[in-house]
Ligand binder design. Structure first.
Ligand code: CLR
Length: 423
């Protein structure tokens, strides 16, 4: 089935469409935070969480020292760290091989969760975050479209692929663990070498913080992930093994790519915090990849992870940089402009706490105001829509004249006035 184009990709016949988004990113990426060590007070997680059993994340009031200086919107942007896998997927002439790389990308998104036992800042309604990599030829933008439940709608665009979806999570502290269930579907469009567009989808697996009571909190990601190419019918099933007692099976992922006839073509195995291998199967039963075997190769490897404040990855460190060349291009809603998160990043924890209360109070007041006038919040850059191929609801990136074009068109004119909540 050839699906209808439901959003605006970066049109290849408009070479400026992508490069105009590069404005402001001339300085390159930030390599380190201003501080070398976060020096956060060491408080027992259990000591504070034991009174919050049964609560979800949005109802937990935690001291700011449990935070890291990222927002949930930036955590979505972290999915882009291994976007080169999508570039590779788009170069492969064989469809099951393209799926193999798309699936490796979907699995690579979990690597950055290891050792990140901290709460990202909760985005304000209408908060946005953009991230552009001229060196990698992609642009990304995400908007907080709902506060209760918290939902971020995102789209990344590149000449050979687009990636979009919603980050909506249900969370609960059960006492034994802190569980996060992602709800939304993620979509990817790959322009195959034949020139044909293909639509892929998958859902994220569960995330869980275990070991809270014993004082060694650890992030686990587990469950089945099905990555499907709706255009060809190829399917990849990945099983993220749940961490067992004493860490047995930790980080393990394995799976198979099968073609539309159900015949296994590739097997996949490895660790989502380190390396993932693939092995060509040629329709034979699924045999695991093994090092040294001629048909086995390394498909993905984690980037180095030098010690850093808040255990941020080098990629995460690039996200919140308030670069001089960039700030004038940003809308007033961009996460980089949040004073509480900035204070946190600079190690001013008391200021971070005061500012966090202030912006959240201001947000509550704005909501009361809106309600008093009988109005309700409308997202600015995305609208709810139904995908024609999968029948699933998703947040469609708006490019309509009614809103003056998409985010990047408005950015080019810096015409942010009138739409931006003041954060
Ligand atoms: C996982 C991947 C999803 C998006 C997502 C949403 C919420 C994030 C989660 C990811 C990772 C784990 C996370 C969580 C919010 C809180 C939780 C950061 C990125 C941390 C580890 C909870 C720490 C414990 C607090 C109570 C201090 O697509």
């Amino acid at each position: 089935a050839v699906e209808k184009q439901v959003h605006a990709p970066v049109e290849e016949d408009e070479p400026d469409a992508l490069t105009k988004s590069y404005h402001g990113y001339e300085e390159g990426t930030r390599q380190k935070l201003a501080m070398d060590d976060d020096n956060r007070p060491k408080i027992s997680l259990w000591g504070i969480l034991k009174s919050m059993i049964g609560k979800d994340m949005t109802k937990m009031t935690l001291p700011v020292s449990f935070n890291e200086p990222t927002s949930l919107l930036q955590r979505v942007a972290e999915d882009m760290e291994y976007a080169d896998l999508l570039d590779t997927a788009a170069t492969r002439t064989e469809s099951t091989e393209r799926l193999l790389y798309v699936a490796a990308f979907a699995a690579s998104e979990y690597c950055s969760t290891t050792n990140r036992i901290a709460k990202p800042f909760n985005p304000l309604l209408g908060e946005t975050y953009e991230y552009v990599r001229p060196d990698k030829q992609y642009r990304f933008v995400v908007e907080q479209v709902s506060h209760h439940p918290p939902v971020g709608a995102a789209i990344a665009q590149s000449p050979k692929w687009d990636y979009w979806g919603e980050s909506a999570v249900k969370s609960k502290f059960t006492g034994k663990s802190f569980d996060i269930n992602p709800l939304g579907t993620w979509f990817c469009r790959i322009r195959a070498p034949s020139g044909k567009d293909e639509l892929y989808t998958w859902k994220k697996v569960n995330t869980s913080v275990v070991g809270i009571i014993t004082g060694s909190p650890t992030v686990d990601n587990y469950g089945e992930m099905i990555v499907k190419n709706h255009t060809t019918g190829d399917v990849c099933t990945l099983d993220f093994k749940q961490r067992g007692w004493r860490g047995g099976g930790a980080y393990e992922v394995k799976g198979t790519v099968a073609d539309a006839q159900g015949s296994p073509r590739w097997s996949v195995a490895g660790h989502w915090n380190d390396k993932i291998y693939a092995r060509k199967l040629d329709g034979k039963a699924s045999i695991l990849p093994e090092a040294g075997n001629a048909s086995t190769f390394l498909i993905w490897q984690a980037h180095p992870r030098p010690p850093a404040p808040f255990n941020l990855t080098p990629f995460a460190i690039t996200l919140n940089a308030p670069q001089k060349s960039l700030v004038p291009w940003l809308p007033p809603t961009d996460t980089r402009l949040r004073p509480d998160q900035r204070a946190m990043e600079e190690g001013q924890y008391d200021a971070a706490a005061t500012e966090k209360n202030r912006v959240e109070e201001k947000q509550r007041a704005a909501r009361r105001d809106l309600e008093a006038r009988g109005q309700h919040w409308e997202p600015r850059w995305f609208k709810q829509s139904v995908d024609k191929v999968t029948g699933e609801t998703f947040w469609e990136y708006r490019t309509d004249a009614e809103v003056g074009g998409g985010y990047w068109d408005v950015r080019e004119k810096r015409a942010w006035q009138g739409f931006s909540p003041d954060i």
